[in-house]
Structure formats: structure tokens, C-alpha cells
Design a protein around this ligand. Structure first.
Ligand code: CP
Length: 412
């Protein structure tokens, strides 16, 4: 046995050593981990998108719908703002964010939760050598919830274990919500993506669906079309390999019956579908198509014309290494950009989603598409505020109060 076996490499930081201490728990199958992130049949920590069952997704969407309805009237706003006015949240975002940070902040404000933030660790005592784990434990002393985004994959998961260990030893412990962890997971983005698709495929409002309420009329042209997310053909286009939003959403869509998922990306190991996700989806019985272009024929017809929904993504060139840079010069990236002609060939009811930000220099969705009724990405971002408010209501166990109040006010 080597002298240093089991010891961390000498160049590691305390943060890396802290993360290693959780490695054996991180490496377990998800089925063993998920129960540890729940308490009393509710989510306690939100770390992976696969913690959301289809039933829970329906439940959260129902709460989000009620919150958005109540928010339209002053009495409803006053009710919501009183629900969690005794709670405080830390938004610990050490990786840039616009939508996730602001929509969580707005969601907290809707429910009366007070927010505080650390976005730039150079303004915190991490500059004096404090580890991230000590920072997290300090936040848990002052706040009731920690919502965190980090460039470090698995950090949120390790922090959830830290909180569970603190609880087990009788110490103060608070829920952790993963707001994006490295190239790993972005579970609440998947939540808002699903919520947008749920609303779109209800065909109940012109604001949520390209065809509005013309479901019966459109079914004459598309007799297979059904309400809901099952039995649909979803396309993902762009940087599939590095997209944590793609991974998180694909994992959730796999829970719906009869879905087909098409992944359109350059044939390069950095950018195309990863083996881990492919294997998981196949295990769930998902039909997978891998293509290099939206024009590629599938069963004799171009892919773009068959999709029920299209999820565009940004090419994350900030993560390119020198080998990628060299290899990418041979790739025709124009295939991963939308234009009016391509969009005009999509089904009239098929929404175009994008987690945003889009890249104005690359132009995967040029602004000229924004006026098309299929462009659902701004609506999708706003949905993030409602569904995140619903998630907070679930974590703090006030969703039943929202339902009761809603039924009394609107259905009583
Ligand atoms: N979609 C998303 O996570 O956006 P931000 O990076 O702006 O939060």
C-alpha cells in the first residue's frame, strides 16, 4: 500500500478536501440519495431535477397557477406577502446570473420572505481564507434557507449533506436549493421549463400557447395532438454536452409516457449527448434521436417539421479548452441557429424555448424570431418567478394555505 493512499493530493485547497469528504455519498445511486433530501414527504433540499416526480410537478404547477392568480388582486398580494414574512433567505450566487437570481428574489418578495445576498465572494470573508463550507454554515446561522449557484459541480449536494449532518447532531440546519451547480444540474430551471410546457400544452390561453385555445381546430390538421406533455416529440439544439439545463429538463421529460427526445449538436464529444444522460434516458424507455442538424431527415421528414417543442441553447464557448478551440474550427455552427425560414416550417403549436441568456454574437435565436407566436422564451423566464414561489411555498409547507385561500376566494 502506498504511503499516501487515501490522503488528498498535496495541492488541494480546503474547499476541495471538504468536497472529497462527501465523495462517497455523492457517488451513490440517486435512488439512495433522494430520500435524504426529503422530510415529512416534502422536499427539504432541492439538488437534482429527478427529485421532482410527475405528481409533484403537477402539484407545484397548481400552486404556481394560484399564486399568479392571487397576485393579480391587492387582497391576494397581501395574503401571500403575509405567509412567510417570518423567514429569511440567503442568495449565495458566486457564478453570474440574471434570471435565476432575480426570479428567486421576486419569488421571495411575493411570499414576504426577506432576502440577502452574497454574489461576489471578494466582498466576503472567503478572501481571508474562509472555506465555502464555513460560509454556508454561517449563512445557516442567520437565514432559514440557502439558495446557491456555484461554478463547482456537486457543491450544493455536499452542502445538503453538511446540513443533514448538522441536523443529526442537534445543530441548526436549513434547506439548500441548487440554483445551478457547475456543468452538473439546474433543477429549478427544469422546473420552470416543465411549467412552461405544462401551460403551453393545456392550450388554455393565447399568452401561453402559439395557437391559444384553438386546440380542436388544430387537431383537424394534427389528429395525434393531445393535451399534456406525454406522447410528444421534443428537440434540444446547440450545446447539448455542456448544458446543465438540457440534462435537468431531459431527466424530467423522461418521466412522461411515450416521449421522443431529439438532441441536435455537432458530432464532438464536448458538445454532443453524454453517455450518462443517454444511458439514463434509455433505461427510462425514452426514444432518443441524435442528429447534427435540424434539417436532418427522420423517417423521411426533416426533424424541424416534426417537433412538438424546440429547446434552443447557447454554445458555451467560455468553457472551451485549447483542444476544443482547434477542433471547433472544422464545425459548421450555422446549423445550430434558428432563422425565419426554419421557424416557418415548425408546427404552428410548437413552442420555442431557451433557458437564456442567448448569445447576441452567435445568434442561436436572432431577435427577428421574437415576434413569432411560437417564441415562448420571455414567457418562460417569467414563469420562473411563479414556479419558484410555488417551490418556496412547498419547502416551507404553506402551499395548502394557498390552496385553501384560493378556493375560498375564487371557488367558494
Ligand atoms: N437560465 C438561467 O439560469 O439564467 P441566468 O444564468 O441568468 O440565471
Amino acid at each position: 500500500m502506498a504511503d499516501n493512499e487515501g490522503a488528498p493530493p498535496p495541492t488541494t485547497t480546503q474547499d476541495e478536501r471538504d468536497l472529497l469528504q462527501y465523495q462517497s455519498r455523492i457517488d451513490r445511486p440517486l435512488t439512495l440519495k433522494v430520500p435524504e433530501f426529503s422530510r415529512d414527504e416534502r422536499l427539504r433540499h432541492v439538488i437534482f431535477s429527478r427529485q421532482f416526480s410527475v405528481d409533484l410537478l403537477e402539484d407545484l404547477a397548481g400552486t404556481a397557477d394560484k399564486i399568479r392568480q392571487l397576485s393579480k388582486v391587492r387582497a391576494g398580494q397581501d395574503f401571500l406577502i403575509g405567509l412567510l414574512s417570518h423567514k429569511r433567505t440567503m442568495l449565495y450566487f458566486t457564478q453570474p446570473s440574471t434570471r435565476t437570481f432575480l426570479s428567486f428574489m421576486a419569488a421571495c418578495q411575493i411570499l414576504g420572505i426577506t432576502c440577502n445576498e452574497v454574489r461576489d465572494p471578494s466582498t466576503s470573508s472567503e478572501t481571508k481564507g474562509e472555506t465555502r463550507f464555513d460560509s454556508i454554515r454561517m449563512f445557516s446561522s442567520y437565514f432559514d434557507l440557502i439558495i446557491m449557484r456555484s461554478p463547482v459541480a456537486r457543491l450544493a449536494e455536499a452542502c445538503a449533506y453538511l446540513m443533514n449532518d448538522l441536523a443529526a447532531t442537534g445543530n441548526r440546519s436549513v434547506p439548500i436549493v441548487n440554483a445551478g451547480s457547475g456543468a452538473d444540474q439546474h433543477p429549478t430551471q427544469a422546473l420552470l421549463d416543465i411549467y412552461t410546457l405544462q401551460r403551453t400544452f393545456q392550450f388554455a390561453s393565447p399568452k401561453d400557447s402559439p395557437i391559444g385555445t384553438r386546440f380542436d381546430e388544430i387537431r383537424r390538421q394534427f389528429p395525434q395532438l393531445t393535451r399534456g406533455l406525454a406522447h410528444k416529440f421534443y428537440g434540444f439544439c446547440g450545446d447539448i454536452g455542456r448544458g446543465r439545463t438540457v440534462r435537468s429538463l431531459a431527466d424530467l421529460l423522461a418521466g412522461y409516457e411515450g416521449v421522443t427526445l431529439a438532441f441536435v449538436a455537432p458530432r464532438h464529444p464536448t458538445l454532443s449527448l453524454g453517455d450518462d444522460l443517454r444511458q439514463r434516458l434509455l433505461t427510462c424507455g425514452v426514444r432518443i434521436i441524435e442528429a447534427e442538424s435540424l434539417e436532418e431527415p427522420i423517417d423521411g421528414r426533416p426533424l424541424i417539421e416534426q417537433l412538438d417543442a424546440l429547446y434552443m441553447t447557447r454554445i458555451q464557448k467560455e468553457h472551451n479548452n485549447p483542444a476544443d478551440e482547434a477542433a471547433f474550427t472544422a464545425i459548421d455552427f450555422s446549423r445550430y441557429k434558428l432563422n425565419r425560414e426554419l421557424v416557418s416550417r415548425m408546427k404552428c403549436y410548437a413552442p420555442i424555448l431557451h433557458p437564456f441568456p442567448r448569445d447576441q454574437h452567435f445568434g442561436e435565436i436572432p431577435p427577428e424570431i421574437d415576434a413569432d407566436p411560437r417564441a415562448m422564451y420571455f414567457r418562460q423566464a417569467r414563469n420562473g418567478m411563479w414556479i419558484r414561489a410555488a417551490l418556496l411555498a412547498h419547502i416551507f409547507n404553506v402551499d395548502h394555505q394557498i390552496s385553501r385561500y384560493f378556493h375560498e376566494r375564487f371557488e367558494g
